[in-house]
Design a protein around this ligand. Structure first.
Ligand code: ARG
Length: 460
């Protein structure tokens, strides 16, 4: 006979098709540790309300401890007959306590329980996700430190634009992650509200103490409105936005790494431990980690869409649709905890091909802007300088020359502004060093940036 928490008013049992549709224990069982935590807090509050004697409380807490051990050891497992995690754990409690086990349900409902469990689960796992993000930041920052003075082709539209410090580019992937961490911190403030005590939707006629329960469970306070408390899944949707945003950041980093590792770029060499081979082509070394990081962002975005779509149009308060909140959340957590360590490993072990980066940094007339800005410093309007350098570039293309190869005569022929001293700005190291204002790519500024980032990471 299936274990049900609601048999009283029903004559026949549920149809198999209903049971199969309704059961969630196969995925919500991972909430068990949090459900047990909340049960302990609830037992204490029932005791303080005079609804459990000292002895009953002691036996109740003892049984909850025992059940927790049994769950951890795998001795107590949910069966297909348990509808959900709450049902399974109540069965475990009844097996241990007999009728006393039935007292714990007073004043609470699975509606406030499940909302509480999911918040506890997420707050806990978000801390782990933040640690994994910090590890990836750390990996990017050590590579950035080693390559603060390594010149690289800076790109817009995937075309050579201006030379940059490769460290600067690596740090450009750290800042999004610091924003992700910041977002998760901010998320936690709003997630730190306890729904327990809201019951099914209206609160309880029993003298419970939701604020005490909230404090015991590490929440900042109890929900101020019992109806909102059981209906609200903003915390899940907001978490999923944060997860999707992280996914997008990892995907953009992943895409760059795929390019960098290609034969055409050869900016980096991936470590064997973080690359894969081909079953047919013996020579292949593939960037699967980076591609999976890019690919998994799709599921994270999908999880957010799925959550928002579930919530849209739901009347207050609890509706069974809300059971659909868990799988996207669990999948997003699992996905991030799989992808982040792999990307950190890929980044920290990749070898940067400094010679290739430095050699290609000036390619594609990437110093043309420096030349135009030199003319500006000599008083030429930028509009004219831009035009003159444009002509010089075309002349070089037609004559198959680089900006740096031009003779004094050749320079002068294109424009009287191009006196021999313009050659001084046609070097990559100078171009980097010149961009020394706040936020610029000068190696000194990159090191300042790194120091500032390390400070924020240290307080994490
Ligand atoms: N398993 C459900 C969920 O995840 C909680 C059960 C509430 N069921 C109900 N009929 N009120 O949302």
């Amino acid at each position: 006979k299936p274990m049900r928490l609601w048999g009283g008013r029903f004559e026949g049992g549920p149809a198999d098709a209903l049971t199969r549709l309704s059961v969630s224990v196969q995925f919500d069982w991972r909430l068990a540790p949090y459900d047990l935590l909340a049960s302990r807090a609830h037992a204490r509050v029932l005791h303080r309300a005079g609804l459990l004697t000292d002895d009953e409380l002691a036996r109740m807490l003892g049984a909850l401890d025992d059940l927790e051990q049994a769950c951890k050891a795998g001795e107590f497992r949910p069966t297909v007959a348990d509808e959900d995690v709450h049902t399974a754990l109540e069965r475990g409690l009844l097996e241990r306590l007999g009728t006393l086990g039935g007292k714990l349900r007073a004043g609470r409902s699975r509606n406030d329980q499940v909302a509480t469990d999911l918040r506890l689960y997420l707050r806990d796992h978000v801390r782990t996700i933040v640690s994994r993000l910090v590890e990836l930041e750390t990996a990017l920052m050590s590579q950035a430190e080693a390559h603060a003075s390594t010149a690289a082709p800076g790109m817009t539209h995937l075309q050579h634009a201006q030379p940059v410090s490769f460290g600067h580019q690596l740090l450009a992937h750290v800042h999004p992650l610091t924003r992700d961490i910041d977002r998760l911190r901010d998320w936690d403030r709003r997630a730190a509200i306890s729904p327990l005590g809201s019951g099914a939707l209206a609160g309880s006629s029993l003298p419970l103490d939701p604020q005490a329960v909230a404090a015991e469970l590490g929440f900042d306070s109890a929900a101020p409105n019992s109806m909102d408390a059981v209906a609200d899944r903003d915390f899940a949707a907001e978490f999923l936005f944060c997860a999707a945003m992280i996914g997008v950041h990892l995907s953009r980093l992943g895409e760059e790494i795929v390019l960098w590792a290609s034969q055409e770029f050869r900016w980096i060499e991936m470590d064997d431990a973080y690359s894969t081979g081909s079953s047919i082509m013996p020579q292949k070394k593939n960037p699967d980690v980076a591609e999976l990081a890019r690919g998994k962002s799709g599921r994270l975005i999908g999880a957010l869409m799925s959550m928002l779509t579930t919530l849209k149009g739901l009347p207050l308060t609890y509706n069974r649709d809300l059971q659909e909140d868990k799988e996207p959340v669990f999948d997003a957590v699992d996905t991030l905890l799989l992808v982040l360590p792999a990307v950190s490993g890929l980044v920290s072990t990749m070898r940067v091909n400094t010679a290739k980066l430095e050699a290609s940094a000036p390619d594609g007339f990437a110093l043309a802007t420096d030349l135009a800005e030199l003319l500006v410093r000599k008083g030429v309007p930028f509009r004219d300088a831009h035009e003159a350098v444009g002509h010089l570039v075309v002349w070089c293309q037609v004559n198959d020359k680089d900006l740096g190869d031009l003779t004094d005569d050749e320079l002068a022929k294109v424009s009287p502004h191009f006196t021999p001293d313009v050659r001084d700005v046609l070097n990559v190291a100078g171009a980097l060093a010149a961009r020394k204002a706040h936020g610029g790519t000068a190696p000194d500024r990159v090191m300042d940036q790194l120091a500032a980032l390390r400070e924020t990471v240290d307080v994490q």
